[in-house]
Design a protein around this ligand. Sequence first.
Ligand code: KG4
Ligand code: ZN
Length: 317
Amino acid sequence: MVDGVVRSNRIAGQEVHRAWGGVVPELASRAHQEHIVPVVDDALRQAGVRKEQLDAIAFTQGPGLVGALLVGTCFARSMAQALGKPLIAVDHLKAHVLAHFIQDIVPRAVPAFPFINLTVSGGHTQLILVRGALRMEIIGTTLDDAAGEAFDKGAKVLGLPYPGGPEVDRVATGGDPERFVLPVPAVQGLDMSFSGIKTAFAHIVRKGVAAEADFVAREQAHLCASLQQHIVDVLLRKVQKAGRAHGIPRIGISGGVSANNALRTQAAALAQREGWELFVPPLAYCTDNAAMIAMAGHFMHLAGQHAPLDTMPVARW
Ligand code: KG4
Ligand code: ZN
């Protein structure tokens, strides 16, 4: 990456988790071990760069599963040491925010500072006041489950494969989002909650199946549309509140759930109503990707934020 322009963005999918209906930590670290050398080789080849030409080595220090983080940390440390390059320890969540600045060959508009970012992933749901590339403040967070988790668990109840978010998104097309009523969480301020929605949804499905065996098959689109709409409502209500409370007319949405079509469309409508600018990265930079870690690494490198070679992973940031 030079000045935020991506040269390659290789990702090794972990199909193994589909078979288990979720991420199995031990299998995740083993898959990391198997993939890391070929993926790095491939990324360099695709970029047309020799490893000696790199400016620095950025890696994810956390948060995440400790086994998987350990594989990446050890690899990055060894590579930095062997090549005599600076090592940069990136916070995965900051990288999701900085995904807005990733550039491809055709330039994209980037948010000016300050902006408010909704980071929505499988493990986190946060509203961040972004004052500068490396100056971020959490102004709201989920009190229980992440939005992505609510999608994934809802999908599991319906027997859809993991990860469930994209499945719910797909199946919800044409469904009636008001067919099933789910609770509106009563959380003050800019914090959020999704566990009530998840539980109520599971209850509706169980009750429906008990009354009629092919309930899920018949109602699937409506169930997915209702679940999705309730999650999107919670998220956008808080985004609206945050933008108004801080008087900031620039909103960013990133993280895996920002790939969601209903969220993208309704966020655009909200931004238009409020007269705000909206920034959502292209799909490839919404879900976990290497380019966002490089992007964060780029900003940290410019600021001289390098890490010692004995840096350890941090599972919970
Ligand atoms: O950011 P991410 O790739 O990984 C984490 O850091 O967690 O986010 C993954 C989450 C999963 O919960 C997945 O179901 C959700 O993002 N997701 C979606 C969509 N695509 C991915 N949720 C709803 N609609 C989608 N289209
Ligand atoms: Zn992520």
